[in-house]
Ligand binder design. Sequence first.
Ligand code: GLU
Length: 509
Amino acid sequence: MAEAKQRSKKPLTDKITRPVRTRYAPSPTGPQHIGGIRSALFAWLFARRHGGQFILRIEDTDQKRSVPGSLEMILESFDWLQMDIDEGPRAGGSYGPYVQSERLELYQAWANWLVENGYAYKCFASADELAEMRAAGGGYDRRYRHISADRAEALEARGLPFVIRFKMPLTGVTVGDDLIRGAIQVENDKLQDAILLKSDGFPTYHLAHIVDDHFMKISHVTRAVEWLPSFPLHLQIWRALGWDEPQFAHLPVLLNPNGKGKLSKRKQQFADAEGRRVPVLVHEFIDAGYLPAAVMNFLTNIGWSYGDNQEVFSAAQARERFDLRDVNAANSAYPIAKLDWLNSQYIQRSDAGDLCRALQPILKAAGYSVDEELLKRVVPLLRIRLKSLNDVVPMAGFFFANWASFQPPPPDILIQRKMDPPQTAEVLRASLPILEQVPDFKPAAQQAAVAAYAKSSGYKNGQVFGTLRAAVTGQRVSPPTFETMEILGRAESVRRIELALKSLTQESD
Ligand code: GLU
């Protein structure tokens, strides 16, 4: 594969000379991978910034890899992220069809045009011949490059299968321009005579995307940096066809969270430092309780920054500033911890009603029956504590469980650090009359009364509050203890503390 040399980081030109039209051109190979969506997002932001169009094109020329239902999955992902598509298989548009398998005649016509004009040739090399060339250690040796039209016709008449290959210039250099990477130069003899049209009449990516980008009037091609090695080949094809080439931006790719290796679909099992599976497919973000606005912010911020040291920004803000030139060329490790942080920021900022609506189905799916009034009281306690919407279940599910069947927690949860069972029992016993008698069961009053006890008895606030938390919630982590007790009510809180005390004294008997 050719090594593209970069001469400077500055593109030769970044002037916008035509109406901006960008595209996302996925192959329909199943669920949407977040790396693809990030490429789409940059194309979308750029189009929106310049009042242009964003196009979805389905590249299904490798029929063996096509997975039914992929288009629906792609559209659902765009809907979830609220990225609108101006033209595409469902949206329609004046430059369709937007599915490559419906455009085969167009590719065939242009492949033939290239043959007729001396830029490409029919290659009849058999599978055996190709295997021999591979065994000899080289690539395709261009043995049909100079086949005469008559001979090609004769072989074709005998029914021999053939492919159409591009006649890559054998000398000279190809110079290209990349908005992110600057000028790029490659020696032509490093590149092979690539196949443009396969023997079954389907084009390869090399031909199909160029024909489409031309006829769909794409002004800026944004695609993964993996395509950089074939960029000079593509430029030669553009130039042979005599079409004005668009501008290009080869985007950095996402690496695994440890910075090693591309974040792939198959390595979905990759876990973060805490051993959690890292989401890489769009539906995994949905299932893991991330808000779409947080995911958008997260993805935009990988390899591009909004500026002003501002890390939380909306898509509407990003589209005012986004520029392909400002994308960092280096591949980035997937900053998964940042996603949790951003998600919590978005949860904190979301409207209480929206948050109730988002949390309700998650609690229901976990088997709780949700009392809306109760949820409304609980939500303000959760807002600053949820990293993911799904955290509502371990954090606050107990509010929605059947109170009558509440079970006190086992000793390892009930007994706080540097305390033993008798001390825990002492704290629980002492707290009972305090909480029964405190005139006002509001959090501040409860806390003042319990803190006064802690002070007089020599326990730390954390020890006493933690014991009560565990007793009334059954958990180590929960919303604040006194707010929780307020919602549970005095009678229920006292009942739970009594239960905890009973379980502890029975255990230690
Ligand atoms: N179908 C190609 C891919 O999925 C598209 C690359 C491009 O955007 O040109 O990699």
